[in-house]
Structure formats: structure tokens, C-alpha cells
Design a protein around this ligand. Structure first.
Ligand code: XIL
Length: 376
């Protein structure tokens, strides 16, 4: 735990062609950089006016002190991995469970970090009662009550709320690319209702639409980006409040011929389009899936770090990006070991710190990208 010594750092970089190529003076500059949060925020001369953070599970914060110390050392914004989602926080129609969410937001506030809210509406993580209890007759009341209760409890303490998560799935074949989600089936105008309610309940939170598979150059991502821009334009025409787009950034190392693992001009253009609509941007759930790299650990770590570098240079170049959050800080707890895991059974190495909480080349790639981002 803690910052690497010079020797640890050099042994890390030896495995990484791109970092090993840096001159010695650059190496010592990197080593003298303190933490991700110092590089990102207004805590040092080198800071860029950015927020940097990760998702955290309440259980690890409570039971793993070394993990909690690392999060505290590196991050200045947090998001709950699952604890603010509908099912965990609203386990019965008239019962809410706030203990785990409170653990996370209290930890954030005690350590001078901001907190994101994730999320009010998603097609997953719904409680078992949703399917039998919610009908077209009561759906609006259920949704509004949920947002009033959860959003009201944390009012004034949330930097940005993912009001709606992953509402577009073009391949479902519905008009406007809408996903055929449980909410869509009972309440077709749920997006407008959710955003209007969120604004009324917590007027200072940035209201965010968050989605995935919108980063790459392939045709499916192109269609999804277009649907999101249309969604935002429609909301604006109807006077529905929305402040930001969350680009989840679950990206993949290892090339694919269809462009689905290539990140560049299309994403840059999408970010400009979002900016022209007057919205801010956040990278909300970044990790680099290495399942398509059948190779040894140094090679995998180098490929993951290279993608952290190139992706963050592309995205952080846009000054409207307010925050960068990774979906975890250590490979010890990455969700990718449970979803989308490697076929060879090896654990994923998708995050800046390894399972022993040691910084990997991806950490230095992230740190350098933060340090060289244009000032906000
Ligand atoms: C994931 C969590 O990391 C897992 O623990 C859980 O089992 C499923 O959800 N997009 C999102 C996140 O918006 O909420 C998801 O989190 C990952 C994909």
C-alpha cells in the first residue's frame, strides 16, 4: 500500500514499453507526483480542476482498512457500486434501507470527497416486488415516491445524480432506440418524469443520463450515440432538465475488426455534440477489460495501461469533462471477474491497482493523463 518507491516504480515501468521509453527526468517527475486526487483537483500546483474517483462497495469500506485507506488517499469523488440502486435501497414497496448507502456517503464526506448518486432508474437491480406490484396505474407514483424519498434524504450532498441509466438499446427495436425495460413497459414517459422529479427534489445536483457502449468506432456504438443525442434534444424541446451525459467507459483492450475496441474520432465528435447542446460530460465507470488478450501479465498490464493513456488523452482533452471515475480502484473487487470475465479463468487486471493494492502501469497512465489534461 502507499506510493511506490522508485525501485518499485522502475520495475513496474520495465514491463511497460510506453512508460519504459520515458527519459529518466520524466520518471522522477512522475514519482514526485503524489496521488490521483492531487493531480486532478485543486490540491496542488499541478492540478487540473478535475474530479477523480471510483465506485466503492460498502462492505469493503467497512471490512478492508487497507482498501479504505487507498481510496481515501487517491480519490476525491465516490459512487456506490450498488448501494444506491433501486433494489438495494428500496427492498419493499414501503420500506427503504439506507445503512449501506449512508456508510459510503458518510465516508466520502468525512474524507473531503464528493459523492455521485447512482442511480434512480435502471433496467437492472430492481427489487423482486417490482414485477408484481408496479402497474401502468401506479408506476408514476412509485417512481416519484422513490426519487422523493432517496433523493430527498441525500439532498444537497450529491454532486451528480445518474437519474436514468442505460435507457437506450437500439437493437430492441422500439421507437427512438428505447430499451424495452421494465420501466418502459409500465411508464413510457418515465425519463421525463424522473428528470423533472429529480430537479424538484435536489435542485443543486447535476442531472445526468448515463450509458455504455457509446465509446467505440463501430456501427452499434454510432447508432447508440445518435439515439442519445436525439433523446437529449427531445428533452430540451419539452423543457425537461438535464445537465450532463455520463460516458460509462467500460472499454476493451485488444483490437477487433469491427471497430468495437477502437476509440477515437467518433467519441471526440460525440463529446463536442453533447457540449453544443449545453451539457457537461463525465467518465463515470471506466475500466479496461483484458479478456481478449491471451498473454502473460506484463503484456496484459502494458496493453491495459496503453489504453488508459490513449483513451484518457482523447477524452480529457475536452474541457467539459468534469470527472473521471473508474469502476473500482483495485482488481481485488472488480465486477469483471463476475461479468464478462476471461475465458482462461485468470482474474481480470482492469483497474489502476492490483489485487494486493499495488499500483500497476495503468495507475501511472491515469496519473499522467490527469497531469497533462488541459486545465478546467
Ligand atoms: C455492476 C456492479 O459492479 C455489480 O456488482 C453488480 O452485480 C451489477 O452492476 N453499468 C452500471 C453499473 O451502470 O451499475 C454496473 O455495476 C456495471 C455496468
Amino acid at each position: 500500500m502507499g506510493l511506490p518507491t522508485r525501485r518499485q516504480f522502475l520495475s513496474q515501468t520495465a514491463a511497460t514499453a510506453s512508460l519504459a521509453a520515458l527519459p529518466i527526468r520524466a520518471l522522477s517527475q512522475i514519482q514526485s507526483a503524489t496521488t490521483l486526487r492531487a493531480a486532478a483537483a485543486s490540491e496542488s500546483a499541478a492540478s487540473r480542476g478535475l474530479l477523480v474517483g471510483c465506485c466503492v462497495p460498502a462492505r469493503a469500506l467497512r471490512n478492508d482498512p487497507a482498501y479504505a485507506a487507498l481510496v481515501k488517499q487517491q480519490m476525491n469523488i465516490l459512487v456506490a457500486e450498488n448501494e444506491f440502486k433501486f433494489g438495494p435501497i428500496h427492498p419493499q414497496p414501503t420500506t427503504f434501507f439506507f445503512d449501506d448507502a449512508d456508510t459510503i456517503i458518510d465516508f466520502a464526506e468525512q474524507n473531503g470527497m464528493k459523492m455521485r448518486g447512482h442511480n434512480f432508474v435502471w433496467h437492472r437491480a430492481l427489487p423482486p416486488w417490482f414485477a408484481t406490484y408496479v402497474t401502468p396505474q401506479n408506476a408514476e407514483q412509485v417512481l416519484v415516491n422513490h426519487i422523493e424519498t432517496v433523493g430527498g434524504r441525500y439532498k444537497g450532498r450529491i454532486h451528480s445524480w445518474d437519474v436514468v441509466n442505460e435507457a437506450i438499446q437500439v437493437s430492441d427495436g422500439l421507437p427512438n432506440g428505447m430499451r424495452n425495460s421494465p420501466w418502459q413497459k409500465v411508464l413510457p414517459n418515465y425519463i421525463d418524469i424522473a428528470f423533472r422529479t429529480a430537479r424538484r427534489v435536489d435542485p443543486h445536483a447535476l442531472l445526468t443520463y448515463n450509458d455504455y457502449d457509446i465509446e467505440a468506432e463501430d456501427a452499434a456504438s454510432t447508432a447508440k450515440r445518435a439515439a442519445i443525442l436525439d433523446l437529449v434534444r427531445g428533452m430540451q424541446q419539452r423543457g425537461v432538465p438535464i445537465d450532463a451525459i455520463g460516458i460509462q467507459s467500460h472499454i476493451h483492450a485488444g483490437p477487433k475488426p469491427d471497430g468495437s475496441h477502437t476509440y477515437g474520432p467518433a467519441l471526440t465528435q460525440f463529446m463536442k455534440d453533447v457540449q453544443s447542446l449545453g451539457l457537461k460530460l463525465m467518465l463515470t465507470e471506466m475500466d479496461v477489460n483484458d479478456r481478449d488478450i491471451p498473454a502473460d501479465i506484463p503484456t496484459r498490464d502494458a496493453a491495459v495501461a496503453d489504453l488508459y493513456s490513449s483513451y484518457l488523452r482523447t477524452t480529457l482533452a475536452n474541457k467539459n469533462v468534469l470527472a473521471l471515475l473508474t469502476w473500482g480502484i483495485t482488481d481485488k473487487y472488480t465486477w469483471l471477474n463476475h461479468e464478462g470475465a476471461r475465458k482462461d479463468g485468470q482474474p481480470e487486471r482492469s483497474l489502476p491497482f492490483d489485487a494486493d493494492l499495488k499500483p500497476k502501469p495503468a495507475f501511472f497512465a491515469e496519473l499522467n493523463a490527469l497531469k497533462s489534461a488541459p486545465r478546467r
